[in-house]
Design a protein around this ligand. Sequence first.
Ligand code: GLT
Ligand code: MN
Ligand code: MN
Length: 396
Amino acid sequence: MVLTTGGAAHEAYRPTSADKFTFGLWTVGNAGRDTFGSETRPRLDPNDSVRKLAELGAYGISMHDDDLVPYDASPAERDRIVGRLKETLADTGMVVAMATTNLFGHPVFKDGAFTSNDRAVRRYAIAKTMRAIDIGAELGAKIYVFWGGREGVEAMASKRPGDALDRFRETMDFLCEYVIDRKYGMRFAMEPKPNEPRGDTFLPTVGHALAFIGTLAHPEMVGLNPETAHETMSGLSFYHAVAQTLWQGKLFHIDLNGQKIGRYDQDLRFGSEGIKDAFFLVKLLEESGYEGPRHFDAHSYRSENMEGVWDFAAGCMRTYLILKEKAKRFAADPEITAALAAASVPELALPSVGRYSAKSAAELAANPGDPNELARRGYGNERLDQLVMELLMGVR
Ligand code: GLT
Ligand code: MN
Ligand code: MN
């Protein structure tokens, strides 16, 4: 069991706030309800979650407006609840690194929020988001996430996709201006998901969302919050999705968890599925200079009581730190370095032709190389991957 593992190995992987691990209030607070059954655990007080996560070595939390303040709370009640959380944060040294809006739970959003066909619903969704942004700003959140859980369709005839995208863009542009006007210094991170709870969701993958951001009035304020489970549900490589997001300067936040391909959104403990993907992801994040939170959007198995929930939270962080150490070993391993050279990995960083000139084009056309000769070499990828596997299996 994670929490009671003793000895030097336990100490080496003990998280501290410098590791920047954060958890959604809804993650450790997940009471185990699913489509087929009711809660298996009690509801947690957010202040207790903050205290316990601090004890385990986390850096902070994230939250939906409704995770903290009931949507129908009076202004006085809202201030009391927010004030109490502020005290707990001050006591524990924890932060609210990210905030977001629940635009999926209430029946009003059954046809969508920013893309509901009903204009009054869209206006309510935007008003609710402004109120939630205010709470996030008051608690110090610098990242604001947009997961369009209900932005989609079952009946194809029910929405013109172009109209929905127009309304999504109009809303993002409006809310960017709101944050600028209020001087909140926040950035927005959009979270793609292919389906669930809707049959088809707008902006289903990282690629769709990156392209959408390019059409906004303030593209510099808007980036992504990609999630392991969501990209994996689409059958895509999360590692490659995050790599391109970083390459485009758009990794503003990240939702880490575990997922098997082709399933519903499992939100499993980080690294518990797809260990090789998890390893390359951690290596990528650690080597990229990404300075944002390492945020877990996952929850404990429904079979667990509260002890299992805290084992789950500790396990997410511990696996991350173990993989981080493996990434260092990868970089320092002479056989792996030699295998990378044999696969010509460093060569991909060299320009192929450089900038165009008529002269360089003519030179290349005159001397293109012999494809049969070039095809003779091997790339040593079997050996390279075997070395990675042995590193992960703990024999190097
Ligand atoms: C919900 C969803 C997550 C989102 C959260 C933010 S809520 O749990 O499954 O992927 O990140 O709205
Ligand atoms: Mn998520
Ligand atoms: Mn998920």
